[in-house]
Design a protein around this ligand. Structure first.
Ligand code: ADE
Ligand code: ZN
Length: 336
């Protein structure tokens, strides 16, 4: 008898390439940390928090998401957050994660690099030792802040860059085109960092072109609006440029009305290197396996499609070849 879909998806070895660590803050942990740190929350209960997670667009989510991060104060808080995510990801078959963090959100609250970086590192080491899950960090610049702030952030990060694999660009997209961050990406490249950027989530295909041509990114985060531009789709296919797609996020933030309307399967069938990811799972109602399962059902994905998506996820990592080959071999062994 074939394995049930749920067991198949959770067992499928995969990488997660688009998850914001601040977006993994579950309401229960938010309350625990608020109490531990004496931080006043705008909500009286977990149920009230959950009721507030009704979004109309990206900005309506970001307003709430930045408020939530205010409970993260100590090194232990950041370690607890990271441990909870890595343990959860492990149960979903994630073997490797490349995890976004937003230093500016913490720096502007007076929380410095040593606090969050040391908390993350302790949790990452612990999860690797106990569970075998590997992970690395991608430092995101907030695009609603000026490029000078991004450059200052990169400078402050310098003592920690051996723990960072690359830079990214997130927050409010429309009105904040990628080309404004050219100087920060050039500085990051000079420091040996890899590059990705959110583009084509709410913003137009032109932003994806800019991310590719001006920022010289190697992956596009979201990128679902590329379908409006055939030449751009061809460019992604020719360059094997991955898209880190987040289906449940796209529905929660009204990029698509329903999952059945999502273009993931069409892009995959055209030969785009699509991957499935969770974005901000504590806010969008599902971790990575929930995302695989929901699209498998809504778009009638075959097991071959699911294996292709998992294979894409490993091929799209910034891992050195040895570890990537090891993970691809684990996938081949699972598929049999
Ligand atoms: N920060 C956290 N999640 C985000 C998203 N989906 N788009 C842009 N910035 C984000
Ligand atoms: Zn994102």
């Amino acid at each position: 008898m074939p394995m049930e879909l749920d067991a198949f998806v959770r067992g499928l070895p995969k990488a997660e390439l688009h998850v914001h660590i601040e977006g993994t803050l579950e309401p229960e942990l938010m309350f625990t940390l608020a109490e531990r740190n004496g931080v006043e929350l705008a909500y009286a209960s977990v149920a009230e928090v959950q009721a507030a997670y009704e979004f109309t667009d990206l900005q309506s989510f970001l307003d709430i998401y930045y408020q939530g991060a205010a409970v993260l104060i100590t090194e232990q808080d950041f370690a607890d957050l990271m441990t909870a995510y890595l343990e959860r990801a492990h149960t979903d078959g994630v073997r490797h994660a490349e995890i976004f963090f937003d230093p500016q959100t913490h720096l502007e609250r007076g929380i410095g690099f040593p606090i969050f970086m040391d908390g993350f590192a302790a949790a990452q080491r612990g999860a690797e030792d106990r569970l075998g899950i590997t992970s690395s960090l991608i430092l995101c610049f907030l695009r609603h802040l000026p490029v000078d702030s991004a450059l200052e952030t990169l400078e402050a990060a310098r003592p920690y860059l051996d723990r960072v694999v690359g830079v990214g660009l997130d927050s409010s997209e429309v009105g904040y085109p990628p080309e404004g961050f050219a100087a920060a990406y050039e500085a990051a490249r000079d420091l040996g960092l890899r590059a990705v950027a959110h583009a084509g989530e709410e913003g137009p295909p032109a932003y994806v072109w800019e991310a590719l041509d001006v920022l010289r990114v190697e992956r596009i985060d979201h990128g679902v609006r590329v379908e409006e531009d055939d030449e751009l789709v061809e460019r992604l296919i020719d360059g094997s440029t991955p898209l880190t797609v987040c289906p449940l996020s796209n529905v929660k933030l009204r990029v698509f009305d329903t999952l059945a309307d999502h273009n993931l399967k069409r892009l995959l069938d055209r030969g785009v290197k699509v991957t499935i990811n969770s974005d901000d799972p504590a806010y969008f109602g599902g971790y990575i396996a929930d995302n695989y399962l929901a699209v498998a059902e809504a778009l009638a994905l075959s097991r071959e499609d699911l294996v292709r998506l998992a294979r894409n996820s490993f091929e799209a990592t910034f891992l050195p070849n040895g570890r990537r080959e090891e993970l691809l071999a684990a996938l081949d062994e699972f598929v049999g």
